[in-house]
Design a protein around this ligand. Structure first.
Ligand code: ADP
Ligand code: MG
Length: 319
């Protein structure tokens, strides 16, 4: 089982940012409204994610680390209607097979917190407010070949921050903070969707973008699309979400690009934050272990909807 977990880890965990993505997923699944990340050496030495979510009961702490033991999918039909971000039930097990993991958690009705050390299996009383802290130390300590592929701490930190940024754009109702080597490097307070876009992508992006808001058939597309401006063009400001989940999808990206070509007859890099909502049975989200890809039942419908939504936003003189 350890080997299977390590193989799974190879698919799920490429670098510290992969761990960050999974741990923040879990914090949000637990209903957290405050998520704090503390990193050492770009996350390679240590990643701690603290949340104020529901917590894990002491007797379930060991299960949280077991493969598939606590998958949020209770039955097959749930696969069709996955609403939580994490659903494979193996992220923590995979991470624990390639790093030193400890869980510190307290539920509202627990007498106090408990700390579980994954390596030793030791479960001990501890102190903490309601919520969970997951600590991941020495990532890839047992797989030095893998560790060699990591970039500089600064690069790994940038990837970690980007992972949090992707969550943060979709969840303005949750406060996020990122600390690195004891210094606060990012902080996004709770606010409106617009405020969050401004905080995360900058005032420039907000000022030079238009609201996207369209309901087309079974789909809705909302967010903001940047008005192309050579001086502001940034290829890295392209964020697409399907039912709240960050995705990197060629079809969606192409739909947006088509809109820019329709309106501008140019080939400048679009910048955008788009939230596509579609009924869950029209989209498959479980096609890749990193959960970053989706498959639509009717891809033409989606492509057209995105294209038209962005067309409208760019063509109309509205803010
Ligand atoms: P999955 O999220 O797919 O269920 P994970 O391996 O990511 O699988 O997590 C295993 C289980 O551990 C979760 O189903 C959840 O019950 C529990 N868990 C993990 N992180 C947290 C957290 N931050 N707060 C509450 N429960 C958590
Ligand atoms: Mg998970």
């Amino acid at each position: 089982d350890e080997l299977i977990s390590q193989i799974a880890a190879g698919e799920v965990v490429e670098r510290p940012a992969s761990v960050v993505r999974e741990l923040v997923d879990n914090a949000l699944d637990a209903g957290a409204t405050e998520v704090t990340l503390k990193l050492l050496a770009g996350g390679v030495r240590s990643i701690v994610v603290e949340d104020n979510g529901a917590g894990i009961p002491a007797d379930e702490l060991p299960l949280a680390l077991r493969r598939h033991a606590t998958s949020k999918i209770a039955s097959l039909p749930d696969l069709e209607a996955v609403s939580t971000m994490g659903f494979r039930g193996e992220a923590l097990a995979a991470i624990a097979s390639i790093a030193d993991v400890s869980l510190l958690s307290r539920t509202a009705d627990g007498p106090h917190a408990f700390r579980l050390d994954a390596r030793s299996g030791e479960l001990a009383p501890a102190a903490r407010a309601v919520g969970t802290s997951v600590e991941v130390r020495e990532l890839f300590f047992s797989t030095p070949a893998r560790r060699k592929f990591l970039k500089t701490d600064a690069t790994e930190l940038a990837h970690c921050i980007e992972a949090v940024r992707r969550h943060a754009l979709a969840r303005p109702d949750v406060a996020f903070a990122v600390w690195h080597e004891g210094k606060l490097v990012e902080q996004w307070r709770k606010g409106t969707a617009e405020q969050r876009i401004k905080d995360v992508l900058g005032e420039d992006f907000l000022a030079a973008s238009r609201a996207v808001e369209a309901h087309i058939g079974p789909l809705s597309v909302r967010g903001r699309a940047g008005v192309p401006d050579a001086a502001r063009a940034r290829a890295d400001q392209q964020y697409c979400y399907v039912n709240g989940r960050y995705v990197r999808d060629k079809l969606l990206a192409h739909g947006v690009r088509s809109a820019y070509e329709d309106v501008l007859h140019g080939s400048r890099q679009p910048t955008y934050v788009l939230f596509v909502e579609i009924s869950p049975e029209r989209v498959d989200v479980n096609v890749h272990p990193t959960k970053i890809e989706v498959r639509f039942r009717d891809s033409r419908e989606v492509h057209q909807a995105v294209r038209h939504a962005v067309d409208d936003a760019l063509a109309l003189p509205r803010a």
